[in-house]
Every structure is written in structure tokens, then in C-alpha cells.
Design a protein around this ligand. Sequence first.
Ligand SMILES: [Zn+2]
Length: 280
Amino acid sequence: MPLFPRKPKYTIVKVARKRDIPEDLWSKCEECGELVYNKKLDENMRVCPKCSFHFTLGAHERVKLLIDEGAFEEMDAGMESLDPIAFEGPKTYKEKLKQDQEATNLKDAVITGEGKLLGRQVVLGVTDSRFIMGSMGSVVGEKLTRAIERATKIRCPVIIVSGSGGGARMYEGMYSLMQMAKTSAALSRLNRAGGLFISILTNPTMAGIMASFASLGDFIIAEPKALIGFTGPRVIEQTIRQKLPPGFQKSEFLLSHGLIDMIIHRKNMKESLAKLLSYF
Ligand SMILES: [Zn+2]
């Protein structure tokens, strides 16, 4: 037996197999940490049964929630981005588009169309935060602009539901930034023609979306506890070197400071909108 036995080169660690919690069965509430059974969450319009946090809703589900059954006619359904600056990063823009198209069953981050909301004609646009964070590339901007122009022409109200964690879409460079001015200009023409625009902010509505059409509503409505702002709280804290007040950039804080007009629970949204529309 050697005096100094050689240590083995590697330590062998035994890893117990983690019990898998299938992600498609459970979702964790980002507000209260509760694990919620997905089926139960769907039955509850994807609102946390414990704390009422409103989970993200896909654009198609949102249309279903607001528009009468079978009464939605989608506009520009086939419109896709042309990759205007031939973006190449770790992933090319074309690859990213393909990946998110497959994951969400959308062509881009917005759905627009005409429909009936409890019998009232509206033009509806919904952005979807699952598609490149709901950022506004040329397709999102163009589709929303066409929807607003359509509403101006047929003289009916426009409702846009925003769910966008990103504003500009860096993959499209300045083509993306131009959409802020384009959508805002279309809303200005709608306004001059006496049209009505209701902006609904959902978790999250940030950056260039909030800095353009989303904050231009005649009525600005938010879902409870939604994150709404321009820059994220951490960046602001680092810049101004001050601690932000609790609840900063949440719907409730913004309501009490006058930036938004109403907070409406998802389950009351359709009826409340119909009531608002009945005044016009
Ligand atoms: Zn919760």
C-alpha cells in the first residue's frame, strides 16, 4: 500500500433525479408565489385565484374575451416583417421571427380586426407579449395604423389592448422607431375626425409602446397590478440613485397619480367597455 495514496481526480456527486413539475400543468404567480393549476387558471380567465394577479393573456384569447362569438373579422392577417436591415446577431431576425411564429401561432406581435362588443361595432388591436416581447416592429405599427385609419373611415371606436414588455424592436433599427410617430399621427387624425380611442394597458406595457399610442387614449384603462412605464425600475434607480416608492409603475400607483383613468378587473372588462361605448 503506498504511503501517500493518490486522490481520485474527480469527485463523484450523486444527483437525485428531480421530480419534474410539468410546466404545462402548473403556473407560478409572479405576485404572490402561489402555484396554480393551469386548468383552474384558464377557468378563472388567467387571474390568480389567491391574489387576483392578472397573468399574461395571448392575443387570440384576448379577442375571444372581448368580442362576441363569431363576430371578429381579422385585418391584414398575413402581414409579415421583411427583415429590413438584414439583422444578424446570435440569432438572425428571420430565425427569431420563425421561432416566435411557431411558439405563438401568430405572424407578428399584434392582431387587428373589426368586431362586435356586446353588439357594438369596434375596431380592435391586441399586442402579444409572447412574440419578441410584444415589441413594435414595422408590422405591429403598420397593422395598428391601418386599424386606426379603418376606424376613422367607418366612424367607429378603436380599442387597443397593449401587452408589450419591449417597445422598439432592435432587429428593425429605425424602422421600428418610426412606428411610434406613425401610430400617434393616425390617432391624431382619428381624434380630429371626432373618433374615440380606448387604450387598455395590461401587464407589461413598457417603453416605446407606452411612449406612443398606448398613452394617447381618450380613456386609459389598466388591468390590476400591471407593470406600466417607460424604463424598468432598476434602471431608473441606478440613474437617479434613489429608492423608488413601493408599487411604483403599477396600475394602482399610476391611477392615484392621474396617469390612467380606471382599473378594471378582467372579468368585468367587456361589460365596462360596452357601458363606456354606450355614451358615444
Ligand atoms: Zn397570486
